[in-house]
Design a protein around this ligand. Structure first.
Ligand code: UDP
Length: 237
């Protein structure tokens, strides 16, 4: 058993993380790979909350010409589909889980009840928070920040396609420079593509560190939890 830097974490996965190479829908081999990484944390005694995005199915801003709030509610439903997919993969591995949704759908998931979520975590269950914050005009990044504050997570593990935060897009520019450390203010002032500003501000106000790292490298979540310097850490500084 390795040493853990954190006891309770919030893992944020974008919906696209579940899509695999297709870029759309759910690739179950990918969901299973992520679930295996989460299981490693659980086996180490880490309490894991998770928020999954919905971008592999639907994002509110894609609803051109639609009523924005309706399009956003569709996005929140998409996150709930992803939450169930991740739950299924985890349960197949024998990990005990609960899905809690911010929009009530009690035949398939519990409603979000903070104290109940905390008890699940204490019992070693992975709690997956679906349906975002339950409010249109927000994102699942903001959901991760909000729920992290509520469940008193020590860090947000922000899984991305790239291995940290760069000054410009590393896929487009060879000379893009990676940051090892950043402050919330730097992220906001430089308008770095990490989280949206609402989510970043919420983390700043509540002093929740954000660790940005690449999901596609096996074992990275575990490394992050053990305090290995991977990715970019965003703190107050
Ligand atoms: N959404 C919302 N309120 C929330 C969280 C999400 O309205 O609190 C909607 C919004 O339309 C968003 C979609 O759900 O575009 C999917 O979430 P997000 O774009 O954050 O997913 P990701 O980019 O992480 O896959």
């Amino acid at each position: 058993m390795g040493t853990c830097k954190f006891k309770r974490v919030m893992l944020k996965l974008s919906g696209e993380a579940l899509a695999g190479k297709n870029g759309f829908g759910i690739d179950f081999s990918v969901a299973m790979r992520i679930a295996k990484e989460i299981k490693e944390l659980v086996d180490m005694g880490v309490e894991v909350g998770a928020v999954v995005g919905g971008g592999n199915i639907w994002r509110g801003r894609e609803g051109e010409g639609m009523d924005r709030a309706t399009a956003d509610y569709m996005g929140m439903l998409a996150t709930s589909i992803n939450a169930l997919a991740l739950q299924d993969s985890l349960e197949q591995l024998g990990v005990s889980t609960r899905v809690q949704t911010a929009i009530e759908m009690k035949e398939i998931a519990e409603p979000f009840i903070r104290r109940r979520a905390m008890r699940h975590l204490e019992k070693g269950r992975v709690v997956i928070f679906g349906a975002g914050t339950g409010n249109p005009y927000f994102s699942t990044d903001t959901t991760a920040a909000l729920r992290a504050a509520e469940i008193e997570a020590e860090v947000i593990l922000l899984a991305k396609k790239v291995d940290g935060v760069y000054d410009k897009d590393p896929h487009k520019y060879n000379d893009a420079k990676k940051y090892d450390k950043l402050s919330y203010i730097e992220v906001l002032e430089k308008e770095l593509q990490v989280m949206d500003s609402t989510a970043t501000s919420l983390c700043m106000d509540n002093n929740i560190p954000i660790l940005v790292f690449a999901l596609d490298e096996d074992g990275n979540i575990k490394k992050a939890i053990q305090g290995e310097s991977i990715g970019t850490i965003i703190t107050r500084k």
